[in-house]
Write a protein that binds this ligand. Sequence first.
Ligand code: DGI
Ligand code: FE
Ligand code: FE
Ligand code: FE
Length: 187
Amino acid sequence: MDRNAIMERVRAQMPERRWAHTAGVMETAVRLAERYGADPAKAELAAILHDVAKYWKIEDQKRALIESGEAGDLLEYDPQLWHAHVGAHVARRDYGIEDPEVLDAIRWHTSGRVGMTLLDKVVCLADYMEPGRDFPGVDRIREEAGRSLDRALVLGFDSTISFLLANGRLIYPLTVMARNDLIRLLD
Ligand code: DGI
Ligand code: FE
Ligand code: FE
Ligand code: FE
């Protein structure tokens, strides 16, 4: 399937506003890839597919997550986390994406992970700061993104963790570990 066919099929799976978000992530991911030396084509492909499963029914996401054999401890945490893993599974199964770097960038775009690759970071940060995003602190993340990929991503995870804390929600431990891992990389 070529790039345009993938885009059309992904677009058909989501409301128009989520497609606008996806287009914003594509553009931002390409720009960050160019700035930080990741592969722009891989960044764009991961961006196109990153939220492909976001609007699936939760039961369908759960089934696909179990089918993938990689559910791990995710089923014990917020179902909002699931679409990333389901997206990687679907990208391979239904879109024929085989590149493990692209699949990993999709898989880890929400939670983050310890030892994030450059491509993981680019896609995850693009998801936080694409032009359509508007949450407290997003402008600081955009500013920092021009200087340090790692620092900008720490600010992103901090905003998610703060939001979860303020709302009394569960925090997926891997997000905290991803954030700590990035802090250790800062000079
Ligand atoms: O899919 P998007 O809306 O573009 O963004 P995303 O994939 O980063 O999803 C983030 C959502 O997941 C956000 O609403 C917060 C929720 N969430 C729930 N628990 C956690 C979590 N996100 C992270 N990173 N860690 C959690 O523990
Ligand atoms: Fe997402
Ligand atoms: Fe995110
Ligand atoms: Fe997204």
